[in-house]
Design a protein around this ligand. Structure first.
Ligand SMILES: [Cu+2]
Length: 373
């Protein structure tokens, strides 16, 4: 049994390897067409050198070995040696910017940290600016934004601006729209933020590994002219982790790699944040699934309306009234409700394995909405 599963995973890896090579080589674009790409002396690698790296041995069996190959990460623990403890405890917080001739300039750094998803469970996370999720970028529709991005990971990476209408060269797809940003390099993304809505940014390099272990964050574009804002406005990013014997693995829907921990904004219940609301207040929850699993999110005690899907407003007459909404990988749903009844109301995933911590209930994708007079 064990042998056959190893063989299956290896064969799958070979197929993935061949597909990525066949996509990458014919479409490799000239880096000079992209944004500014600043190699660190001594760090530069040619395209072909880099793209040759993921080539699988023809028998595909080396996937299980410690070959140092990126593609092998799915089955190996994320290296934890020398990874520092996180110095901040809360992810998804608004990122400060500086104004340079009307451009909002943000600094982002990809870096590994040890991150607590529970008081006694720490994962090795790859993060933007040291938190899971990374910092929230929040701007107004029509703002010109510049992201000065530095890669301090041990592997190449890129950033994709999920759902935002960026120029093609800023789309962050390695081997298609840009060179991968190599360890130690800086790459600058610049675009006009549009349309308004709930978006995300995340790695597009080896996404099954890099996104699963934390390279994601919310990107909110507020409408211009401004809307009538809700009283409470919270973004909730849903994801999964696999932790065994203290090692972190990239969780994925694949035999032997299934998650055993589930997080909202990088924390599992009971460490998830409590959302405090007064009776009569209008609450908007921006649900964002950034992991690899579907999560039917259920609210106790109150129905909600789906006011936006994937960032785009739903016309009032078409807004469904629901108490459960399934959020598939990559999707966003903005839901709104007015808090009518005081109490501690649960909001949780209804795949009930997803409300456990390594099998212990309650845990995972749950939080409390605390409604007071
Ligand atoms: Cu779920």
């Amino acid at each position: 049994m064990k042998h056959s599963s190893v063989w299956t995973l290896s064969a799958l890896g070979l197929v993935i390897g061949l597909v990525s090579v066949s996509v990458a080589i014919p479409t490799f674009a000239d880096g000079s067409l992209m944004g500014t790409h600043t190699p660190t002396p001594g760090m530069e690698m040619s395209h072909m050198d880099h793209m040759a790296t993921p080539t699988m041995p023809m028998d595909g069996m080396d996937m299980m070995g410690d070959s140092g190959d990126h593609m092998a990460h799915g089955m190996e623990p994320i290296p934890a040696d020398g990874v520092p403890a996180a110095t901040q405890d809360k992810g998804g917080q608004p990122l400060d910017f500086r104004l340079e001739e009307g451009v909002k300039v943000f600094e982002l750094t990809a870096q590994p940290v040890r991150w607590n998803i529970l008081d006694d469970v720490t994962v090795t996370a790859w993060t933007y600016n040291g938190t899971v999720p990374g910092p929230m970028i929040r701007v107004t529709e029509g703002d010109r934004v510049r992201m000065v991005f530095t890669n301090h990971l041990p592997e190449p990476t890129t950033i994709h601006w999920h759902g935002i209408e960026v120029p093609n060269a800023m789309d962050g797809v390695p081997g298609v729209t840009q060179d991968p940003v190599m360890p130690g390099e800086t790459f600058t993304y610049e675009f006009v933020a549009k349309p308004a809505g709930s978006f995300m940014y995340h790695s597009h390099f080896e996404g099954d590994t890099q996104v699963s272990i934390g390279l994601y964050a919310p990107f909110i574009i507020d409408p211009a002219p401004p809307e009538n804002p809700p009283d409470v406005d919270v973004s909730l990013m849903l994801s999964e982790w696999r932790v065994t014997n203290g090692d972190t693995y990239a969780a994925m829907p694949m035999m032997g790699m299934e998650p055993n921990y589930f997080t909202i904004n990088g924390k599992a219940f009971p460490l998830t944040e409590t959302i405090n609301v007064k009776v009569g207040q209008r609450v908007r929850l921006r649900l964002m699934s950034i992991g690899q699993f579907v999560h039917p999110m259920h609210l106790h005690g109150m129905a909600f309306k789906i006011v936006a899907t994937d960032g785009h407003p739903v016309p009032e007459a078409a807004q469904l009234t629901k108490d459960t909404v399934s959020v598939a990988p990559g999707e966003r749903y903005d839901i709104e409700f007015v808090a009518t009844e005081p109490g501690q109301w649960m909001f949780h995933c209804h795949i009930l394995h997803h409300t456990t911590n390594d099998g212990a209930d309650p845990g995972g994708l749950m939080l409390v909405i605390n409604v007071t007079e």
